[in-house]
Design a protein around this ligand. Structure first.
Ligand code: HEC
Length: 147
């Protein structure tokens, strides 16, 4: 009798097939959308918030950095926004809000955030509207999706 036809061998072969990595089973990482960042994420960095300084107040010299607004401007210009996008995308893991420092650092530990942010915990829950905007960006939402 062939050894590989006995039930134990068949079981091992079946298990090996099940455990083998399946090609294409990892979902592709979503691309981060620049317009969504500019129109929806950057305003969060500028927003005034009770009990906390604005992100931009501290991050004007911190890493990741935010540039000073031009005199009289209420928003960043195109070049500044592009540089911010290049910088801040290094602090997220596309497709994985729960692994992205941008989302975990200012999020309360009880709500799944990390241990400490020198700038304080700005969001008490993952249903905070700002947190949800950031999460949507990390998951690849585009401004086109909103229309
Ligand atoms: C009071 C000052 C202050 C404010 C306000 C502040 N931060 Fe920070 N942030 C810091 C400092 C200082 C660090 C570096 C030390 C640390 O990681 O805690 C930092 C670090 C970070 C990092 C880097 C994490 C890493 O992995 O290195 C991110 C992302 C971040 N802040 C996001 C934000 C966001 C978003 C806001 C607004 C919602 C914000 N911060 C508001 C001071 C601040």
């Amino acid at each position: 009798m062939f050894p590989f036809l006995n039930p134990a061998s068949l079981l091992i072969l079946t298990l090996a097939a099940l455990l083998a990595p399946q090609p294409g089973s990892t979902p592709a990482k979503p691309a981060l959308d620049y317009s969504f960042f500019k129109e929806r994420v950057q305003p969060i960095f500028l927003a005034k918030r009770p009990g906390h300084a604005r992100c931009v107040t501290c991050h004007d010299h911190g890493s990741p950095g935010l540039e000073p607004l031009a005199p009289g401007a209420t928003n960043w210009n195109e070049e500044q926004s592009r540089r911010h996008f290049a910088m801040w995308k290094l602090f997220v893991v596309p497709g994985a809000p729960n692994k992205s420092p941008l989302l975990l650092h200012p999020l309360a530990k009880e709500a799944g955030g990390d241990r400490f942010h020198a700038g304080g915990k700005h969001w008490n829950s993952q249903s905070d509207p700002e947190w949800r905007v950031l999460s949507a960006w990390v998951r690849g939402q585009t401004t086109g999706d909103l229309k």
